[in-house]
Design a protein around this ligand. Structure first.
Ligand SMILES: C[S@@+](CC[C@H](N)C(=O)[O-])C[C@H]1O[C@@H](n2cnc3c(N)ncnc32)[C@H](O)[C@@H]1O
Length: 366
C-alpha cells in the first residue's frame, strides 16, 4: 500500500508503496520552482532545516539541487558519524511529482514509461493520482535505464533497472537457447509457454523469438513490479525491431509464483529461480536469495498441475550454493511428483570463482 500525501498547494498525491511512510505524516510539503534563483535558494535553506519539498524545474536544476544539498549535508562534521549517510538522507527529502502515466513534472516534461512499476508498485496502484517520490529515485532510474545488456542468444540488448537481475551471464541464455532449439521439433504448434520470474524478460523473449515458427503464446510473470516493467520495455524494444511479435508475449500484473496466472496450464515452463541460500531482506535481494529453497519447493509443488499433457519444465540452477542445493532440487522435484529427465551443465566463471550452471529438463513422473 502506498501513501496519500497532501501538498501545501492542496494537490493530493500518491507515494508508491516502497516509499510509503518515508514522507512524515503531516509534513508541510511545498513546491519550489528552481528556475527562479530566489526560490532555488529558499529550497536549499528549507532542506538544511530538515524540510521536505517538491522540486520543479529543468532536470538539470533538480540535479543541481540534489548535488548542492548532498554536498552541504555531507560536509557537516557533526553528521559524519556512524549511521545513514547524511548527504543521502538530505537528498531523500527532495521530492518530485509525475503524472500516473510517467510524465515527470520537469521543464520540459520527461517521459519514463512504466514509472509506477519501475518505482516498485503495481501499475494502477495510484488510482489516477499524481505520483510523489524522491528525486533520487528518478535519478537512479534514469542512470540504470541508460545501461544496455547484450544477450548473445537473443541478438539484442536489454535494459534492466537496479532491482532486476541484469542478464550478464551469457552462458545461461546460451544453454537455454541450445536446449530450446533441440526441443523445438517435438513441441506442439500454437503452444503456451511460461517464463516464471521473468526479470528483464530475457527468457520470455528467447521463448518468443526461438519458438516463433510454432506461433507460441508466452506468459511472463514475476513478483517484482520492476521486473514486469523491464519485460514490457524489452518486449517493446525487440518488437519495434521485428525480433519478436509483440502479441506473442503476455506480461501479467505480477504476484507470487502462479498466483497471477488464474488456472492457466502450459506446454513449456521455464524458471531461472533465486539460487542463494539467504533471506531476501531488500527488494534488491529478491532475484537472488531463496532461504532454504522455500520458493523453489513451493514452485515445484505447484508445477504438476500447471503442465499440460506432454508438458515440461526447464529449470535453471547453479552449484554456487553447494552440492546440497543441487540435491535439494532433485529431492524437491521428486517430492512434487516430478522427474529430472535430462540435465545440461556448463562451467562458468562468476566474480573470480568457477561454478557450474545447470539446466534441468523435468516432466511429471509416470
Ligand atoms: C534469478 S532471477 C531470473 C531473472 C530472469 N528470468 C533471467 O533469467 O534473467 C529470479 C527472478 O525470480 C523472481 N522471483 C523471486 N521470487 C518469486 C516469486 N515468489 N514469484 C515470482 N517471481 C519470483 C525475481 O523477482 C527475479 O526476477
Amino acid at each position: 500500500m502506498g501513501q496519500i500525501v497532501q501538498l501545501r498547494a492542496g494537490e493530493t498525491t500518491y507515494v508508491p508503496a516502497p516509499w510509503a511512510g518515508a514522507v512524515p505524516a503531516g509534513a508541510e510539503i511545498q513546491a519550489f520552482d528552481l528556475a527562479d534563483p530566489a526560490s532555488a535558494s529558499r529550497a536549499l535553506r528549507d532542506l538544511q532545516r530538515e524540510g521536505w519539498l517538491v522540486a520543479r524545474g529543468a532536470w538539470a536544476e533538480i540535479e543541481a539541487l540534489l548535488d548542492g544539498v548532498g554536498a552541504r549535508a555531507g560536509a557537516r562534521p557533526e553528521r559524519r558519524r556512524r549511521g545513514p549517510d547524511p548527504a543521502r538522507e538530505a537528498q531523500r527529502r527532495v521530492l518530485m511529482t509525475a503524472s500516473p502515466d510517467g510524465w515527470l513534472d520537469t521543464r520540459p516534461p520527461i517521459h519514463l514509461p512504466h514509472l509506477l512499476e519501475l518505482l516498485g508498485d503495481q501499475r494502477d496502484a495510484s488510482g489516477g493520482l499524481p505520483l510523489l517520490f524522491p528525486a533520487l529515485a528518478a535519478r537512479e532510474l534514469m542512470s540504470t535505464l541508460d545501461e544496455r545488456y547484450p544477450v548473445r542468444a537473443l541478438g539484442a540488448e536489454l535494459v534492466a533497472p537496479k532491482m532486476v537481475l541484469q542478464p550478464r551471464q551469457q552462458e545461461v541464455y546460451d544453454l537455454f537457447e541450445a536446449r530450446l532449439l533441440a526441443l523445438r521439433e517435438g513441441l506442439p504448434p500454437n503452444l503456451t509457454a511460461l517464463d516464471m520470474g521473468c526479470g528483464s524478460g530475457a527468457v520470455a523473449l528467447l521463448l518468443a523469438r526461438l519458438l516463433e515458427p510454432l506461433r507460441p503464446t508466452v506468459w511472463a510473470t514475476d513478483t517484482l513490479p520492476e521486473a514486469l516493467a523491464s519485460t514490457r520495455m524489452n518486449l517493446d524494444r525487440l518488437a519495434a525491431r521485428g525480433l519478436v511479435r509483440a502479441e506473442s508475449v503476455r506480461v501479467t500484473d505480477g504476484g507470487d509464483l502462479y498466483e497471477p496466472l488464474g488456472d492457466h496450464a502450459f506446454d513449456l515452463i521455464a524458471f531461472n529461480p533465486p539460487w542463494a541460500n539467504a533471506r531476501a531482506r531488500t527488494r534488491l535481494e529478491v532475484a537472488r536469495f531463496d532461504f532454504g529453497q522455500h520458493t523453489l519447493r513451493r514452485f515445484l509443488e505447484a508445477t504438476p498441475a500447471r503442465l499440460r499433457p506432454g508438458g515440461r519444465l526447464l529449470l535453471f540452477y547453479a552449484d554456487n550454493a553447494g552440492p546440497k542445493a543441487l540435491e535439494g532440487v532433485r529431492a524437491a522435484a521428486e517430492a512434487a511428483g516430478l522427474a529430472i529427465v535430462a540435465a545440461l551443465s556448463k562451467r562458468i566463471r562468476v566474480a573470480r570463482r568457477w561454478e557450474h550452471i545447470y539446466l534441468y529438463e523435468i516432466v511429471p513422473a509416470s
